[in-house]
Design a protein around this ligand. Structure first.
Ligand code: AP5
Ligand code: MG
Length: 214
């Protein structure tokens, strides 16, 4: 199964991704996670990406596309993959198509999680992430058993730097301008699966998995 998860910042892409990849046993490829990992390790790529991410802007296409191209060529992607947060511009979508065409493959579905702005702000502002294993929580909607501590690995929970209100607003604006056109792009290709992201985590997953089976 080769899948793409589309949706605005805070829509729940990462949350759904973690359940989908378990169900279908495919790798979860999040370009945001790849950049954050590079920032943590202090690589050149991380330094460049941070300049854009801190401002709520997209990292330039040329930096992103080559990373994804290399990643999907790895052995664990032979049976499929889930792209979370890529593509984010029509030009990234075209680059992905070219690459998949080159290896005679195509996408199975593009899952579009649709959520209104007010909910996005609430979700992003309350999000907490485990420093060690990356598990995602929400202070109100999916709190850990003990405040500030990961249920799975006891790691420390922190708030992402780009989850400040001004940066989230900027990320939503960038999404509307640069990423939303991909909904049309994939609708024309007959690949889009629209999901109401205002529902509960379980209800959304149920809808996605029913549609993927049918
Ligand atoms: P990225 O990390 O991809 O961030 P994003 O797209 O802004 O999305 P988020 O990770 O913020 O939200 P999400 O949809 O994953 O929501 P989550 O599941 O965590 O990218 C970060 C930056 O990297 C970009 O701004 C850009 O600079 C750069 N970048 C990355 N990819 C790029 C690319 N391809 N090109 C260029 N630049 C790129 O959920 C949010 C919260 O809500 C959580 O607390 C969760 O617990 C809660 N929640 C989730 N679902 C529900 C629900 N149904 N009900 C209640 N609460 C819920
Ligand atoms: Mg995410």
């Amino acid at each position: 199964m080769r899948l793409v998860l589309l949706g605005p910042p805070g829509a729940g892409k990462g949350t759904q991704a973690s359940v989908i990849v378990r169900e279908y046993n495919i790798p979860h490829i999040s370009t945001g996670d790849i950049f954050r990992d590079n920032i943590k390790r202090g690589t050149e790529l991380g330094k460049k990406a941070k300049e854009y991410m801190d401002k709520g802007l997209l990292v330039p296409d040329d930096l992103v596309v080559s990373i994804v191209r290399d990643r999907i060529a790895e052995a664990d992607c032979k049976g499929g993959f889930l792209l979370d947060g890529f593509p984010r511009t029509v030009s990234q979508g075209e680059a992905l198509d070219e690459e998949l065409e080159r290896i005679s493959l195509g996408l199975d579905k593009v899952i579009n999680i649709d959520v209104e702005k007010e909910i996005l702000l609430q979700r992003a502002m309350g999000r907490r992430v485990c420093r060690d294993c990356g598990a995602t929580y929400h202070v109100e909607f999916s709190p850990p058993k003990e405040e500030g501590i990961c249920d799975t690995c006891n790691g420390e929970l922190f708030q992402r730097e780009d989850d400040k209100v001004e940066t989230v607003e900027q990320r939503i604006k960038v999404y509307n301008e640069q990423t939303e056109p991909l909904i049309d792009y994939y609708t024309r290709k007959g690949l889009i699966l629209n999901v109401d992201g205002s529902k509960s985590i379980d209800e959304i997953f149920e809808k996605i998995s029913q549609s993927l089976q049918g």
